[in-house]
Write a protein that binds this ligand. Structure first.
Ligand code: KIV
Ligand code: ZN
Length: 502
């Protein structure tokens, strides 16, 4: 059995620090519950000393959530730690996260201190926190730029003082994966009591290395990762949870597993993005709009033949319904056919080739090709080779509704009248009279395309002939005319040889 990798989510602390991402307590509870459902092990719920709102959020999240450990941040300052402990009083399992800067920059310029004093302050903070909770995590801020010997020393001392977890942040996102992995390996090899604590990663993304550094940390012995949903966080963000979790799931050679319910990843990502007003970039790994979208012809053909040709993750595994085959001017015939099939329009050979040519022309001038475009493309193409032509439609309703329709079928003109429960019914019955043998009208759908007095109706019709479905589409401001056109459109898709005209 592989080691458990503890997932420490800091969306509500490091993520929420981002300008514009602030949430109120109710919203934080919604996110915390979603994180619980997702299966995270630790929720860093806030920095209680920073504001009454943050204090209150930690209190309320502690009440609302049962399974994850609730963690509260503090500096290595007694007052901070006391307030964090108070905020955690309702937590079923509470953790205080305390720490201090350890890089030469932080020691000299931020804290104006000395290495020895930093060790003393770190140790004192851990000991003080231990009076309130058993579970104390120590963060060595800016460990990514620290002196290796000093880092080993302070980590050894805080573990002696009782730290259960030691967090090694690359606070400025400076490290390369090999360096960061090396720091973790160094701690594993050189700190004599390191087995008494869990090593945690906490990587920022200033060079776009956060996920790579985190994975390198895990490969070198870290067993907790500090992450955020969608990678939100200070500046370029924190390590994104979805990326680390899926990287670990995809690479069985990394000897760890997580308890994340991956099928809930996409939902949680959207929830956080919406509540925090923070859009997810379209090409974001795992959760971006394009993460499972294929747009070039070669890829589309490949993915339609066998999904794994171009996908390393089944989208369902992260809660995305299915991969999408996006229609653009780079799409191939396989993609077009895939979309037409989904619309119930089955085209092969020459028919498909003609529609594909028209599609390429349209795609060159239009960025997004949607369902509506496809339908009109198919309609346009079929209109051009119409065997049945709708020539005239009229109706009256003096007591009973009566319609009169003229069709040209092949080279012959036909005319028929019929009554009905309404004008659409009367018109369709008149058409049916002229077309033999009859077809079964299986589905008839009218939708409004615009909203206003000149509403355009879009009609979709599905008819069955010799057990095969044929679809007709039309749009017109006149709903009766749109229905007649859609019916004739469907009839025109039936092979001519099937007809015997009346
Ligand atoms: O990036 C960092 O160093 C932090 C610590 C406070 C854990 O967020
Ligand atoms: Zn951070």
């Amino acid at each position: 059995m592989s080691d458990k990798l503890w997932i420490f989510d800091t969306t509500l602390r490091d993520g929420e620090q981002v300008p514009g991402c602030q949430l109120n307590t109710q919203e934080k509870i919604v996110v915390a519950k979603a994180l619980e459902e997702l299966g995270v092990d630790i929720i860093e719920a806030g920095f209680p000393i920073s504001s009454p709102g943050d204090f209150n959020s930690v209190v309320e999240i502690s009440k609302a959530v049962s399974n994850p450990i609730i963690c509260a941040l503090s500096r290595a300052v007694e007052k901070d730690i006391e307030v964090a402990a108070q905020a955690l009083k309702f937590a079923k399992k509470g953790r205080i996260h305390t720490g201090i800067g350890v890089s030469p920059y932080h020691i000299q310029y931020k804290l104006r201190s000395t290495p020895d004093e930093i060790i003393q302050r770190g140790v004192a903070a851990v000991k003080f926190a231990k009076q309130f909770v058993e579970d104390v995590e120590f963060y060595a801020e800016d460990a990514g730029r620290s002196e290796p010997d000093f880092l080993c020393k302070i980590i050894e001392e805080v573990i002696k003082a009782g730290a259960t977890v030691v967090n090694i942040p690359d606070t400025t996102g400076y490290c390369l994966p090999e360096q960061y992995g090396g720091i973790i390996a160094d701690l594993k090899n050189r700190v004599p009591n390191i087995d008494r604590a869990i090593i945690s990663t906490h990587c920022h993304n200033d060079l776009g290395m956060a996920t790579a550094n985190t994975v390198a940390g895990v490969q070198n012995g870290a067993r907790q990762v500090e992450v955020t949903i969608n990678g939100i966080g200070e500046r370029a963000g924190n390590t994104s949870m979805e990326e680390v979790v899926m990287a670990i799931k995809c690479h069985q050679a990394i000897p760890v597993h997580t308890d994340i319910v991956t099928q809930k990843i996409y939902y949680t990502s959207r929830l956080v993005s919406k509540l925090m007003n923070m859009p997810v970039q379209p090409n974001k790994a795992i959760v971006g709009r394009n993460a499972f979208a294929h747009s070039s012809g070669i890829h589309q053909d490949g993915v339609l033949k066998h999904r794994e040709n171009y996908e390393i993750i089944d989208p369902k595994e992260v809660g995305v319904e299915e991969s999408s085959i996006v229609l653009t001017a780079r799409s191939g015939r396989a993609a077009l056919k895939h979309h037409l099939d989904a619309l119930g329009v089955e085209l092969e050979g020459d028919e498909l080739r003609k529609v594909y040519e028209a599609f390429l022309e349209l795609a060159d001038s239009k960025r997004d090709i949607g369902r509506k475009d496809l339908l009109s493309l198919v309609g346009k193409y079929l209109d051009e080779s119409n065997f049945i032509e709708l020539q005239e439609v009229s109706y009256s309703s003096n007591g009973e509704v009566k319609a009169n329709v003229k069709l040209k079928i092949g080279d012959t003109s036909h005319q028929a009248s019929a009554t009905g429960v309404g004008p659409v019914d009367a018109v369709l019955t008149a058409i049916e009279k002229m077309v033999q043998p009859q077809v079964d009208l299986e589905e008839f759908l009218i939708q409004a395309m615009t909203h206003g007095s000149n509403d355009v109706a879009k009609v979709h019709m599905r008819v069955i002939k010799s057990d095969k479905p044929y679809h007709g589409f039309a749009s017109n401001e006149d709903i009766v005319l749109a229905s007649a056109q859609a019916f004739v459109d469907a009839l025109n898709k039936i092979p001519v040889k099937e007809y015997a005209t009346a």
